[in-house]
Design a protein around this ligand. Structure first.
Ligand code: ARG
Length: 464
């Protein structure tokens, strides 16, 4: 039964229902719609619209509906109602007759949907924050397990300077910490309650909007009714925060796909997160990581789609805005899945330390050290850079590493190079010289790791 039949002489066409109905996807907001409806019925009682008895009948009926949905006795998604709001009201009217028809007094689906969706996003942000924290924990565990492992660091995907693998893990921890802080910011900003704004101009009934907001767990009511029903910034922000986090996951995935390649061979992925080829028996493909990378496309698309949908919409509510849901629901699902599979990938992968070390030693990654060594001999850096470059050319010609060149060969390149150059060129020396805050010196990395473990502990103890 439609909520708005009075003005119409014939029903909707099938095609109109297809374009118009949102129940096939907004049924996921059932519990939020029921919660909001209960709180609205209490506000109506206080405003003198419902008697105590009427309100308690409504509240009990809605509570029963909520139980039946939770236990699976009622499958909301199978209903042919227009949307979740119509569904809940229809159930109430079916059960309570005319009393059910009183609930919508002073309320509009416009303030209702804005309220429900904020509640829905708020709930899911809590879960997603936990997912981010779990991935941070997996990265810290990985760093702990591999705290001695050295890998080549890259710029332009050319071996640049060696780093500890734990340093790499901690880089992604920083990104995820920013994702978490964006989730926190958004959770705070979206926490304003539209309910009581009516269709667009406010409600005529004497409801206490502060109390409604508080009971629904909001920090306060939205202050302008036009804005309250037409604002979807919180959905856009969700999509942006998710997109940024997915971009981080995609970079993590890309690094690991490369480290896992036959060419690099730095690590092995677990059997539980890889798949085989139907044709080539030897293959073990990094599908989980490829999908972490690949799912960015749709998530970024959802952000773009909603920006375009919202652009140029006149105030206040327009049906275009119903298009905010499918992309956001999909985004929340995909982001959640990717954060969780990231944990599984990290937990089950194993590093090939010897191969990592060998790769870190190759590629003349210590030539900056040779330049720095010459700087210590009072040669200007630009000149030292030039000399070190010549040494690299000489080593390439001999098909050896810098540290494998003889002292005579070094002397031929520059007379100031002495025996002490070899100590400077060792892998550990190269790493440990980077001992300022944020560098890859072993002590720096270990103390950064310890700090992050402590931070995470504190966040967990505070109940996230
Ligand atoms: N299903 C709608 C949505 O998701 C609910 C609001 C409908 N309001 C209206 N006046 N038709 O946006």
């Amino acid at each position: 039964m439609a909520l708005w039949g009075g003005r119409f002489q014939s029903g909707s066409s099938d095609m109109f229902k297809q374009v118009n109905d949102s129940l096939p996807f907004d049924y996921v907001m059932a519990s939020q719609d029921i919660f909001g409806s209960i709180v609205w019925s209490r506000a109506l009682k206080k405003a003198g619209v419902l008697s105590s008895d009427e309100q308690s009948q409504i509240e009990q009926t809605l509570a029963l509906l909520s139980d039946d949905i939770e236990t699976g006795k009622i499958d909301v998604s199978a209903s042919s109602e227009e949307d979740i709001h119509s569904f809940v009201e229809a159930y109430l009217t079916d059960t309570l007759g005319d009393l059910g028809r009183k609930l919508h007094t002073g309320r509009s689906r416009n303030d209702q949907v804005a309220t429900d969706f904020r509640l829905w996003v708020r709930t899911h942000l809590k879960g997603l924050k936990q997912d981010c924290l779990n991935l941070i924990e997996a990265l810290l565990n990985c760093a702990q397990r591999e705290k001695e492992t050295i890998i080549p660091g890259y710029t332009h995907l050319q071996r640049a300077q060696p780093v500890y693998f734990a340093h790499w893990c901690l880089a992604y921890v920083e990104m995820l910490k920013r994702d978490v802080s964006r989730i926190d910011d958004l959770s705070e900003r979206l926490n304003q309650c539209p309910l009581g704004s009516g269709a667009l101009a406010g409600t005529t009934f004497a409801v206490d909007r502060y109390e409604i907001a508080e009971t629904l767990g909001f920090n306060g009511p939205c202050l302008n009714s036009l804005d309250a029903v037409s604002d979807r910034d919180f959905v856009l922000e969700l999509l942006f925060v998710a997109s940024t986090s997915m971009m981080h996951l995609s970079r993590l995935a890309e690094d690991l796909i490369f480290y896992n390649s036959g060419e690099a061979g730095f690590l092995q992925l677990g059997d539980d997160v890889t798949s085989g080829s139907s044709l080539m028996p030897q293959k073990k493909n990094p599908d989980a990581l490829e999908l972490m990378r690949g799912k960015c496309g749709r998530v970024f698309g959802h952000l773009q789609a909603l920006l375009v949908t919202m652009k140029g919409l006149p105030l206040a509510y327009n049906k275009d805005m119903q298009e905010d849901k499918e992309g956001a629901i999909d985004t929340v699902n995909q982001w959640h899945i990717c954060l969780c599979i990231g944990v599984e990938v990290l937990n089950s992968m194993s590093l090939n330390q010897a191969r990592c070390r060998k790769a870190a030693q190759q590629g003349y990654a210590n030539s900056t050290e040779l330049a720095d060594y010459l700087v210590a001999k009072n040669i200007p850096f630009r000149t030292a850079h030039d000399i070190a470059g010549k040494a690299v050319v000489a080593a390439i010609a001999q098909n050896c590493a810098l540290e494998e060149m003889s002292l005579d060969d070094f002397k031929a390149i520059h007379e100031d190079i002495g025996d002490d150059v070899y100590a400077c060129l060792s892998l550990e020396a190269v790493l440990n010289k980077r001992n300022q805050l944020g560098g890859t010196n072993h002590q720096c990395v270990l103390s950064a790791l310890a700090k992050e473990v402590k931070n995470l502990d504190a966040v967990k103890r505070s109940g996230a």
